[in-house]
Design a protein around this ligand. Structure first.
Ligand code: AMP
Ligand code: ZN
Ligand code: FE
Ligand code: FE
Length: 308
């Protein structure tokens, strides 16, 4: 396939391994159908979807980069509401320290769900883990599955309202969970041969008066290598600011839709709400960095699945 500039890519996609509704194989099929040139599956705190995609033999006409989206805690001087999402790209998915850290985060997720359910039950909402598990199948259950249950059972009219009234930070059914420190997550990704990238900066909600740029500067000193400037929720002004920061701090620019299938039904893979695009150069620049990182880390050793 001619992967010429102008061809669309999507470096932020969730599969059924976390809270997306398409399996990794279905994601690859859809990406090809939509004519995307490169994708990354970036599930919350797991590489299970990435490994499944690799095992199913990757097509030759689509570049697939290993990916993950880790829920991290911001450095102490930068208190936030909720977590700081860190994307990782091009790492070795079999890296043991990375897998061990992700396992701890998956356990924290499993521990949180019953606490959310208990809070909802105290609010007289008759949801149970058994019902959620029956509906979610093999997926790693998260708040989006609970939000869907609340919509389906008429408790709230919409997915967003489920977060606004119950599940969001500060709402009556919110439950916090263990988060890995952001600097530790950056180091884990780099030690696994990958590129750490700050996800959707506009969704970061500072508590207090610190500036987002000062956080970017701090994360750069911790080893951050990229920033997700292209994202459907970013305004054109925000994207421009992030592109400037990328230049200022020497960060690679990435982008993606945060595709979740029917969980976020208005967002299509690659094109978001229709007018969204991530430039193809984001893929080539990221792929070049991945090549460089892997050759520095372990010259010559093959990394499974790093199809770039
Ligand atoms: P979890 O990983 O279980 O904490 O759920 C995180 C996911 O929930 C995010 O990736 C979003 O898809 C969704 N989400 C989180 N906060 C909100 C919100 N305020 N409104 C709508 N969706 C949200
Ligand atoms: Zn999600
Ligand atoms: Fe995110
Ligand atoms: Fe995401």
């Amino acid at each position: 396939m001619g992967c010429s500039p102008g061809v669309n890519i999507d470096l932020h996609i969730h599969s059924t391994a976390s809270d997306g509704t398409l399996t990794p194989a279905e994601i690859i099929a859809r990406a090809r159908q939509l004519g995307l040139a490169a994708i990354a599956i970036t599930d919350h705190d797991t590489v299970a979807g990435v490994t499944q995609a690799i095992a199913a033999r990757l097509p030759s006409d689509l570049h697939v980069i290993t990916g993950v989206e880790i829920s991290t805690g911001a450095p102490g001087r930068f208190p936030c509401r909720g977590s700081l999402h860190l994307l990782g790209y091009g790492f070795n998915p079999d890296d043991i320290p990375l897998r061990q850290a992700l396992k701890r985060l998956q356990n924290a997720r499993q521990d949180r769900n019953p606490r959310i359910i208990a809070k909802l039950n105290r609010l007289d909402i008759p949801i149970s883990m058994a019902q959620l598990e029956a509906e979610a199948g093999d997926a790693q259950i998260g708040r989006p599955h609970i939000a869907n249950w609340l919509v389906k059972h008429g408790v709230v009219p919409s997915f967003d309202e489920a977060f606004e009234r119950y599940l969001g930070v500060g709402q009556p059914a919110y439950a916090d969970k263990y988060r890995i420190d952001c600097a530790a997550a950056i180091a884990l990704i780099r030690n696994a041969g990958g590129i750490p990238v700050l996800a959707h900066p506009a969704l970061i909600a500072p508590r207090g008066s610190w500036s987002l740029e000062s956080l970017i500067h701090e994360l750069k000193t911790c080893g951050l290598m990229g920033i997700e400037a292209y994202y459907p929720e970013h305004t054109p002004e925000q994207t421009q600011t992030y592109l400037q920061w990328a230049k200022r701090y020497g960060l690679v620019v990435t982008g993606g839709t945060d595709y979740h299938g029917t969980i976020k039904a208005d967002i299509e893979m690659g094109r978001g709400r229709g007018d969204f695009q991530t430039p193809f150069r984001c893929y080539t620049q990221l792929a070049a960095l991945i090549e460089k990182a892997s050759s520095i880390l372990d010259a010559g050793r093959a990394h499974p699945g790093r199809s770039v």
